[in-house]
Design a protein around this ligand. Sequence first.
Ligand SMILES: Cc1cc2nc3c(=O)[nH]c(=O)nc-3n(C[C@H](O)[C@H](O)[C@H](O)COP(=O)(O)O)c2cc1C
Length: 200
Amino acid sequence: MKEQLLDLAKKRRSIYALGRNVDQTPDEIASLIKENIKWAPTPFNNQTTRAVILFGANHEKLWDIVAKRLKSEVPTEEAYQKTLNKINGFKAAFGTVMFYTDTDVVRRFENDFALYADNFADWSEQAQGNAQFAVWTSLAENGIGANLQHYNPLIDDEVREAFGIPAHWNLRAQLDFGSIEGPAGEKEFMDDADRFKVLK
Ligand SMILES: Cc1cc2nc3c(=O)[nH]c(=O)nc-3n(C[C@H](O)[C@H](O)[C@H](O)COP(=O)(O)O)c2cc1C
């Protein structure tokens, strides 16, 4: 069996110690991200996934927004310091992909394909998963580490304002990426017997 893709899937891990010592340019990385999203499958090829790719001051601005927004959500100053340390780790990375879903397109397909109307919202999330996995794995193939965060919906309004995001784009995830400055943690797996059935 060929296992090239499987080997790459194993290379994709959550890396939290990220830096800016990457060999590629922002243009090269942005192009890789765009191609992966374009080639990830979507239902009826409806292409609902959008991405905003942040580098430099824009990347830092995102994580400053997260830090500021979380201040009122965390109960104590001590807890906030911990949160801030975590967010500063994301800010120390090289860039961030913000993944969005275009809700106008989801709604259009719900209207146009009544038989499948109940599926399009779920399918847009599945399409997100396809795109996120593809981007994350392709970055890993190029020696770039990443981790996936979800500060939406807390940050949605500030981010929309800061980066001029259309109102009908719904923020689904933030993948921050950069040079790998520390290893991934151990990964544990549940029993295959509880997870898979192979019927021959
Ligand atoms: C849908 C989804 C949501 C996730 N959300 C977060 C998150 O909000 N914060 C985080 O640090 N990791 C998040 N992760 C990463 C998982 O915790 C991680 O993938 C899992 O523990 C397996 O570790 P690995 O990525 O190193 O293989 C998410 C992963 C997925 C697929």
